[in-house]
Design a protein around this ligand. Structure first.
Ligand SMILES: [Zn+2]
Length: 272
C-alpha cells in the first residue's frame, strides 16, 4: 500500500493527483456533515454549521489534552484556520478592496482554499515537495520578483525549513509595500525563545521533541519580537477573543496556541 501511494504521488499527472486529493476530502466531508448535523458551532472557512467540531485523533503526547472539538467535520479546519478566515471575513474590504489581488499560499490548506473559493478569490499555491502545488519552490529562495504579492498566507511552514529567518526575509522581499503577510507557527509557551537543535536529526527524535517527524524547531514567547526585529509591524489576533462557537479551544496540539500574526512592512513616508 505504501509503495502504491508513493508511485501515485510521484508519477500521476499533477491535475489528476490534485483532483483525487480534493475528491477524497469532499467525500469524507459530505459524510461527516451528516454525522455532525446541527447548529451549535460554525466554521468560517466553509461557512457550514454543525452539532460540534470533531476530535483530532493523534497519539502524540502533545495532543493528549487538546485534541477534542478542534476540527471542522466538513473542511477539516483547525482553530487557527477559523481565526484566519474569520479575520478575512470581517476585514474583506480593508484587506483586499478588490478581487484581483495577487494571493499566494505557502503550504496550501484545504480549509483556507474553501474560503477563497466561496468568496471568489483566485490564488496561487506553493510548496517545496507537494507536486499538486501550482509552483514548487523553496520559501527561503523563491523565484518571485520584489513586491509581487498583496497577500501571503503561510501557516505552519517555518518549523520545517532549515533557516526560518532567511524565509521571513524572503517573504518580506516578495510582499508588496501595502501587502499583508499572515503567519502561524507552532509555539510552546514554556519556551522563552525558539528551540532548535541541529543535532536532532532522526525522525523519532524530532517527533518526540518537536511533535512531528519533519519539524526542526518549535517557537517560543518571543516570536512577535523576532518579526518586529526583522522589520515587520505586527498585529496579533488571539483566538481566545473569538466566540466559542468558532474557536472554543486550543488545539489540536498543545503547540497550536490560537495566535495569528498579521505582518505588514514598515514603510517610511519617503518609501511611498
Ligand atoms: Zn469548515
Amino acid at each position: 500500500m505504501k509503495v502504491l501511494k508513493w508511485v501515485v504521488k510521484r508519477f500521476f499527472p499533477k491535475k489528476l493527483l490534485k483532483g483525487i486529493k480534493d475528491l477524497r476530502l469532499k467525500v469524507k466531508g459530505r459524510k461527516n456533515e451528516r454525522l455532525f448535523k446541527g447548529q451549535n458551532v460554525i466554521c468560517p472557512c466553509c461557512g457550514k454549521m454543525f452539532s460540534r467540531f470533531m476530535h483530532y485523533i493523534d497519539d502524540h503526547p502533545r495532543f493528549k489534552d487538546t485534541y477534542k472539538n478542534t476540527q471542522c467535520p466538513y473542511c477539516f479546519s483547525a482553530p487557527r484556520h477559523r481565526i484566519i478566515c474569520s479575520y478575512l471575513e470581517n476585514n474583506i474590504d480593508n484587506v483586499f478592496g478588490k478581487r484581483d489581488n495577487a494571493i499566494i499560499m505557502f503550504g496550501a490548506e484545504y480549509s483556507i482554499k474553501k474560503w477563497f473559493h466561496r468568496n471568489g478569490f483566485r490564488y496561487v499555491t506553493s510548496d517545496l515537495f507537494d507536486r499538486t502545488a501550482d509552483i514548487m519552490c523553496d520559501i527561503q529562495n523563491t523565484p518571485f520578483p520584489d513586491e509581487t504579492w498583496d497577500l501571503i498566507v503561510c501557516n505552519h511552514v517555518l518549523e520545517h525549513v532549515p533557516d526560518y529567518k532567511k524565509s521571513l526575509k524572503e517573504l518580506q522581499r516578495i510582499l508588496k509595500k501595502d501587502g499583508l503577510l499572515e503567519l502561524t507557527v507552532p509555539t510552546d509557551r514554556n519556551f522563552e525563545t525558539v528551540f532548535e537543535n541541529p543535532s536532532i536529526v532522526s525522525k523519532e527524535e524530532r517527533t518526540k521533541i518537536f511533535g512531528q517527524y519533519d519539524h526542526v524547531r518549535i517557537f517560543g514567547n518571543d516570536f512577535e519580537n523576532i518579526l518586529v526585529e526583522l522589520g515587520f509591524s505586527v498585529e496579533v489576533i488571539d483566538g481566545n477573543n473569538l466566540p466559542n462557537n468558532i474557536v472554543g479551544v486550543i488545539g489540536p496540539a498543545n503547540y497550536d496556541d490560537n495566535r495569528v500574526y498579521l505582518c505588514r512592512k514598515n514603510v517610511t513616508k519617503t518609501d511611498q
